[in-house]
Design a protein around this ligand. Structure first.
Ligand code: HEM
Length: 366
């Protein structure tokens, strides 16, 4: 143990790591009743890291050219050692990230953790959610399969319904009148550099907001009291709380392992879950496949465009809903966070989830 102690002493005298450990890890106290839903932020951090690592590995073999993209992905799957594993981790990982993001947002909503002057935390989180959907959309085109080509054609077409700028926007997104090599070029640039850079910055700001303001106490139990936030900045301390390290870290690690196991289970036991048949055929602009559907997390948007008599009404409804969600902490000002004391909110919450699931299932089978 002597060499380890010497090494720690060496680093400590230069960077003060023991002080950091005492203040930021063992001394960082979380609310005593903190539950497993609070681990989802850490799960998301790990999942994003896996996406970056597998994305870099894919970049070494992927060719962003409409003539070669499909073949390069086939080569990754069949010829590159373990290529199939990192490609599947990346593709399945995108879906698991969306699941974790939605669960994180839903738990924050259920416990009203966006309250207590956490508007910036909510807004950065909400922007992250939208940007992640953008990352998924741009990544979807890259394999240049029938699915990629036609799903992108349908998705970019929808923008055409916006009055005045619609047609211009479609051409801007595609880089031309139709989806083609130039679309692949711009989606590739956005997917591998533009969006990840913005996302990393946003995640940094989100974590800064969480840490600076302090984690909210779960709004459950006899001793929980709803209180008006003070008129000045205040860090929410939990003096009788549990240390982040090792106590809470163990919980974080357990849920992270669960998500990784879930991802591996899909890859090994249900590899086709997120890959319909059209994902295995090269893009053909002259052959429209019979059942082109967007990914499950876009089905609600896809179906709302079809429900209304005109696409512009559908887009308006989507825009109004997303704006309401983004501004929720500014609209819902009461300090009450206990779900049992907020029957109207919880009813709307459950109904909205049910409507979303129903519209998505409808979209899937329509
Ligand atoms: C890359 C995506 C994200 C990462 C890495 C992330 C990370 C985190 C972490 C580590 C925490 C503290 C622990 C916890 O409560 O889980 C947190 C809290 C929070 N997140 Fe996120 N988050 C992400 C996305 C989102 C989204 C999409 C929303 C909402 C739309 C959101 C809203 C919040 C709020 C309001 C809190 C404060 C909770 C509290 O103080 O109790 N986050 N996030």
């Amino acid at each position: 143990m002597q060499p380890i102690k010497m090494l720690v002493d060496f680093v400590d005298t230069r960077l003060g790591v023991r002080d950091l450990y005492n203040k930021e890890l063992h001394g960082y106290l979380l609310p005593r009743k903190v539950n497993a839903w609070y681990t989802l932020g850490a799960v998301l951090l790990v999942l994003f890291k896996i996406q970056i690592i597998t994305g870099i590995l894919l970049l070494m073999f992927y060719v962003p050219d409409s003539e070669k993209a499909f073949a390069s992905v086939q080569a990754i799957m069949n010829d590159v050692p373990y290529g199939w594993l990192f490609r599947m981790l990346h593709a399945v990982g995108a879906n698991v990230i969306m699941i974790a993001l939605l669960l994180h947002m839903l738990s924050v909503l259920f416990m009203s953790s966006y309250k207590g002057r956490r508007e910036f935390t909510w807004l950065t989180g909400f922007t992250i959610l939208n940007l992640t959907m953008g990352l998924c959309l741009t990544g979807y085109l890259l394999p240049w399969s029938q699915l990629s080509f036609w799903a992108t054609t349908v998705a970019t077409d929808a923008a055409g319904a916006i009055p005045v700028i619609g047609d211009y926007l479609v051409e801007f997104l595609r880089g031309g009148a139709t989806v083609g090599n130039q679309t692949l070029g711009r989606f590739f640039a956005l997917h591998v550099v533009g969006m990840p850079l913005i996302l990393l910055g946003l995640i940094g700001v989100h974590l800064f907001c969480v840490k600076r303001r302090g984690i909210s106490a779960p709004p459950f139990g006899e001793d929980y009291k709803a209180s008006e936030p003070l008129p000045f900045f205040e860090h929410e301390k939990h003096k009788d709380g549990i240390p982040f390290f090792p106590n809470y870290f163990v919980k974080d690690a357990a849920v992270i392992c669960f998500f990784i196991a879930f991802m591996l289970a899909i890859i090994f036991y249900a590899p086709g879950l997120f890959f319909p048949e059209s994902a295995f055929q090269p893009a053909d602009p002259f052959l429209t496949p019979p059942h082109i559907k967007p990914e499950w997390y876009f089905l609600w948007a896809y179906q709302t465009l079809k429900i209304f008599p005109s696409e512009i009404i559908g887009l308006g409804v989507q825009g109004a809903f997303m704006t309401f969600l983004a501004l929720l902490p500014f609209i819902d000002r009461s300090p009450e966070r206990r779900p049992g004391k907020r029957p109207l909110f919880i009813t709307c919450y459950v109904l909205t989830i049910l409507v979303f699931v129903a519209i998505s299932v409808w979209g899937h089978y329509s």
